[in-house]
Design a protein around this ligand. Structure first.
Ligand code: FAD
Ligand code: 2HG
Ligand code: ZN
Length: 504
């Protein structure tokens, strides 16, 4: 248990959770959930619940009262109603690929897995829309859209497991934000079960709709704290028939942030020279080394470079020639390899996409997903490297990310789980540069303590008012984004985290 935590408190540190017997002794809830979803979709056996109780990073876990696996929107509403009746909190979970601890219990909640809510998957090639149940995975949705020559405009390495509901709930970003925006921008509508069991339904998919507040946009990125998303409508875009991927070994610009400054300059050059730049991803030699060891990959082109930029360009005509012209002889390019065929492109992407799993294989990692004003990115990166080195000389910093948006993923290995000093150091630098402490993964439990520093009082007041209005009893995902209040204590003022996941 982390220093200072009271017994039974969940602090996000491995090994901490409420005792099984306390959390699971709720026969009334079990009966109600069984009545809602059927016995085979209400799990109480610890072994069967276990996979739902630990997150992808293995850093966050807690025990659920039970796992409910609804297969229809009506079943979701029935489970929410049962939880309201029994005063027990709900943690929505999609593919459980989230990286900030928001998809697993803190202790004693009903874990509602939406992964089995995946029957509806319809493509409308006239309106260019995809409508799907929340549990449909990104990869399934991409395959369905591709049959019509269409794409979702959103892609990420967890595509085989991440669900559309989870991606909406986190406002997921990924590798194509540069061209198509993040998940909120791709959403044309959704359906969600609200705390009182009512269903918010915005599924007409019309292209323009200004009747009042943007509730779809509000639910997007709400991290399961305002409602359970049961269905999504995603805008589709024609899949460009031609695509080229290039891996570029960078020549750094002079100065401490040289490699990052070079990447920023080269991306700007490409944006001006090319139509259809879809991805611009930065990574460094240390990360490539880990990926190569983990995935047994050969050296990349320009193997001795300090940093690499991976770009992808897509269009209606072959963009290879235009890309070569933009890169050949450019002073920031040390070496490059490009591919237009699927296998070759996957091979190049592997150096970038396999970072997360290669890092995870090293053990416990502190993950900080941040976004900087693009002008500050190079200085910020240099400051992070220098400060972490000073503060924890034995720690290893692996940086990579979506440089087109100024979004860096700072992964730090070799720290204790409860070493908050380094996280605070890095996030402090982000705030000093007026960046965002949460770019695309969300706040979850990992960064909830920093939200009060990252948003002003007006912002915080509006967020709290919205949470209180839409979820007055704190039913949904207590401890995510907001600290939970103590039972019976004044709403939103208490900073302790309840052990039982109860509310009210
Ligand atoms: P979960 O992890 O299950 O849940 C995430 C959050 O959403 C939780 O707070 C949960 O309570 C809530 N939630 C889930 N489903 C619902 C629902 N139906 N209704 C309401 N709330 C819900 N993220 C990026 O943004 N860009 C990337 O490039 C990217 N790459 C990744 C690569 C790897 C290898 C991995 C492991 C993760 C990556 N992620 C990335 C993070 C993750 O995939 C995304 O956050 C994704 O959107 C999570 O989807 P999920 O279905 O797994 O949601
Ligand atoms: C990515 O861009 C994901 O690959 C994961 O957002 C980032 O592992 C990470 O830190
Ligand atoms: Zn990312």
């Amino acid at each position: 248990m982390a220093a200072g935590a009271a017994p039974g408190e969940w602090t996000g540190v491995p090994g901490v959770g409420v005792p099984l017997t306390r959390a699971r002794g709720r026969p009334g809830v079990v009966d109600a959930v069984v009545a809602a979803v059927g016995p085979s979709n209400c799990l109480t056996d610890p072994d069967l619940c276990a996979p739902y109780e630990t997150d992808w990073t293995r850093r966050w876990h807690g025990r659920a009262a039970l796992v409910a696996r609804p297969t229809t929107g009506d079943q979701v509403a029935a489970v929410v109603a049962a939880c309201t009746r029994h005063r027990i909190a709900v943690v929505p979970q999609g593919g459980n690929t989230g990286l900030v601890g928001g998809s697993v219990p803190r202790g004693g909640e009903v874990l509602m897995s939406l992964a089995h809510l995946d029957q509806t998957l319809v493509v409308d090639p006239v309106a260019n829309l995809l409508e799907a149940d929340a549990g449909v995975t990104l990869a399934r949705a991409q395959a369905a859209a591709a049959e019509y020559g269409l794409g979702l405009g959103i892609d990420l390495a967890a595509r085989d497991t991440a669900t559309l509901g989870g991606m909406a709930a986190t406002n997921a970003g990924g590798i194509h934000v540069l061209r198509y925006g993040a998940m909120r921008a791709r959403l044309a509508g959704l359906e969600a079960v609200m705390a009182d069991g009512s269903v918010l339904s915005r599924t007409s998919g019309v292209a323009k709709d200004n009747v009042g507040y943007d509730l779809v946009g509000l639910l997007a990125g709400s991290e399961g704290t305002l409602g359970v998303i049961t269905r999504v409508l995603v805008r589709l875009a024609p899949l460009p028939p031609w695509r080229v991927t290039a891996l570029i070994a960078l020549r750094p610009l002079p100065g401490a942030g040289g490699p990052v400054a070079a990447a920023v300059a080269l991306v700007n050059h490409l944006l001006r020279q090319l139509d259809g730049l879809e991805a611009a991803e930065l990574f460094f030699a240390e990360g490539v080394e880990l990926v190569r060891q983990h995935a047994s990959l050969p050296p990349p082109p320009g193997a001795s470079a300090e940093a690499f930029l991976l770009v992808e360009v897509a269009g209606r005509t072959d963009p290879l020639e235009a890309l070569s012209q933009a890169l050949v002889g450019h002073p920031l390019v040390l070496d490059t390899a490009a591919s237009t065929d699927a296998a070759g492109r996957v091979a190049l992407w592997a150096y970038r996409e396999r970072h997360t799993e290669a890092i995870a294989a090293q053990g416990l990692v502190h993950k900080l997903d941040v976004c900087l004003p693009i002008r500050d990115l190079a200085d910020f990166w240099a400051e992070v490297i220098a400060s972490v080195r000073r503060c924890r000389p034995r720690a290893q910093v692996i940086c990579f990310g979506h440089v087109g948006e100024g979004n860096l993923h700072i992964n730090i290995l070799g720290l204790e789980a409860d070493d908050t000093e380094v996280d605070a150091l890095v996030l402090g630098l982000v705030l000093a540069h007026r960046g965002s402490i949460s770019a695309e993964h969300g706040v979850g439990v990992a960064k909830r303590s920093v939200v009060g520093h990252a948003r002003g009082p007006v912002d915080l007041g509006i967020m709290k008012a919205l949470k209180d209005a839409l979820d007055p009893h704190g039913l949904f995902n207590p401890g995510v984004l907001f600290p939970t209040r103590e039972r019976g204590g004044p709403r939103g003022t208490n900073r302790t985290f309840g052990a039982m996941g109860e509310f009210g």
